[in-house]
Design a protein around this ligand. Structure first.
Ligand code: 4AD
Ligand code: MG
Length: 498
């Protein structure tokens, strides 16, 4: 058996592909089957003259997603998907599929989510998962090369790390336990044993948010480093993101093409230093005329585009009636794209006034909302690192800025093009008494943190770390508008199956 992504090593040889019918069309003496095998797509040409009547007929009955084995000669063809075709000499049907629910026509997102177990087979979903896997690999590779070891934090925990309002509670042999929100506190203990560690695991948040950035179960990568201050933390975060994006640009061009990802912006993240800005300066920026003007011109651009695209829609709809079959298919595809774009533009147009309002009324001391992050990042062409947030809006464990006690030595990295926060981190409070005070201020139960406080009793050192959200990173790198398409089986409010 040969895999489609290996065909380049088998030019002019006879090989057997095993896979599923992704698409097919027929003429009198030829069937064209687009076969997918998990590694790519390959057009297989089944000619009546080559395979005989019986096999030719069998090939004609294969509906979408039927499973087959096709044997044939590998022929280079630039115009074909993947660059190679298979000229079939033999064919074995494994199973003839029932009517497949996901057809090339436009399906609503809810329908696709209900069929997530099948939707995963579609090209765009396939490409996104390939990129996700590459990102995971690049992260491991980066940390290994930087001298980190991977260590695992527990998933059942007895304490909150990121605020008590977003905990999933479970019954742990009649004791209360929570699903972890972050491996960080354990990461700190492990860093004191191994110096530089990272965790890579699932984390859980029970916030009742139904936004495009929120999952209830997501994967987080959390490096924690002894003897690192906030600046070193920022350096590491930037180096890591550059490494990941560069890795994807080098290894996943094909997938980025399928996703129609504009890679210029990704290349910027590799080539240019990230913009660093303090929270206070970011607030100024939000409230500035520059921001208002940017949103006004964005509104104008969107309205113009909407008018143009609606006109195009009218025209091709007219053309559809008298079009040839192949052209009809093209038009259907374009109509699908136009509808998606219209939805997006209309959403932007609904959002812009809300964003504008939120930005100009923003008060120092508040946390940035999703829309504030969106408009901040739209003003820069690289990821933005916002540092030194008001301590009030950040977690109890963050160290205060010695130069201004109101501020926490916190760091958020906002991905460009409106994606927003992908990393949250900080330098940690390393003084025992101060940390005890913070625990009291935050009304947290001291007992469950006794082990954590020990870390400040036995060789406490300055240390820092951050958490990278995997799904938000995948969304940004793939250019996907919603995190639900960045994980095989998303868990969100109101979605527990499939
Ligand atoms: O900013 P957060 O809450 O930081 C922490 O949990 C720290 N303890 C991390 C650390 O310092 N070790 O979360 C970190 C990242 C966010 O920037 C975001 O990318 C992701 O985790 N994240 C979510 N992703 C999807 N859905 C959610 N509900 C998320 N909440 C956080
Ligand atoms: Mg955060």
């Amino acid at each position: 058996m040969t895999y489609i992504n290996q065909l380049l090593n088998h030019e002019n040889e006879t090989v057997t592909l095993k896979g599923w019918v992704y698409n097919s069309r027929s003429s009198k003496a030829l069937h064209f089957i687009e076969l997918r095998d998990g590694t790519g797509l390959c057009q297989c040409i089944i000619a009546l003259d080559d395979v005989g009547e019986e096999l030719f007929e069998a090939a004609g009955t294969l509906k979408q997603e039927s499973s087959v084995e096709i044997t044939g000669k590998v022929v280079k063809d630039e115009r074909s998907v993947g660059g190679y075709e298979l000229h079939a000499s033999d064919l074995k049907v494994i199973q003839v599929a029932e009517n497949y629910p996901i057809t090339p026509k436009d399906h609503g997102v809810e329908f696709l989510m209900e069929n997530r177990h099948l939707w995963l087979r579609s090209q765009r979903q396939w490409a996104a998962m390939q990129v996700r896997s590459s990102i995971q690999f690049a992260i491991h590779k980066f940390f290994r090369e930087e001298g980190f070891i991977q260590m695992d934090a527990p998933i059942f925990t007895g304490n909150a790390a990121e605020g008590t309002t977003t905990l999933f509670e479970t019954d742990y042999f009649e004791e209360k336990a929570y699903l972890t929100q972050s491996g960080q506190l354990y990461g700190e203990a492990m860093a004191m044993a191994h110096g530089k560690i990272y965790t890579f695991g699932p984390t859980f948040r029970a916030e009742k948010s139904k936004t495009r950035r929120h999952l209830t179960e997501f994967w987080m990568i959390e490096p924690e480093m002894a003897f690192y201050d906030l600046n070193m933390n920022m350096e590491l975060a930037e180096k890591m993101l550059k490494y990941i994006v560069n890795y994807i640009l080098e290894h996943n061009q094909k997938e980025l093409d399928i996703l129609e990802r504009d890679t210029a912006s990704l290349q910027n993240a590799v080539d240019k230093p990230f913009k660093r800005i303090s929270y206070s300066d970011a607030v100024e920026q939000l409230k500035s005329d520059e921001t208002t003007n940017m949103l006004d011109s964005m509104k104008e651009e969107r309205e113009k585009e909407l008018a143009e695209i609606k006109k195009e829609l009218e025209e091709i709809k007219k053309e559809h009636g008298s079009a040839k079959k192949w052209r009809k298919a093209q038009i259907d595809q374009r109509i699908k794209e136009i509808h998606a774009r219209i939805d997006q533009i209309e959403e932007d147009l609904r959002n812009i006034p809300v964003w504008k309002e939120s930005a100009s009324n923003f008060e120092w001391g508040n946390d940035f909302g999703g829309s504030d992050e969106t408009i901040l990042t739209m003003q820069y062409d690289t990821p933005v690192m916002v540092h030194r947030y008001p301590a009030e809006v950040k977690a109890f464990y963050m160290k205060r800025d010695p130069e201004d006690e109101k501020l926490a030595l916190a760091l958020d990295v906002l991905a460009p093009e409106g994606y927003g926060e992908i990393i949250g981190g900080s330098q940690r409070e390393d003084n025992l008494d101060t940390l005890l005070e913070r625990i009291k201020e935050h009304d947290l139960p001291e007992e469950v943190f006794s082990w954590y406080l020990d870390l400040r009793k036995f060789g406490s050192v300055p240390h820092s770390g951050y958490g990278l959200g995997l799904e938000r990173t995948v969304a940004w790198i793939c250019g996907l508008s919603h995190v639900r398409e960045t994980i095989p089986f998303p868990r969100m409010m109101g979605r527990l199956s499939p």
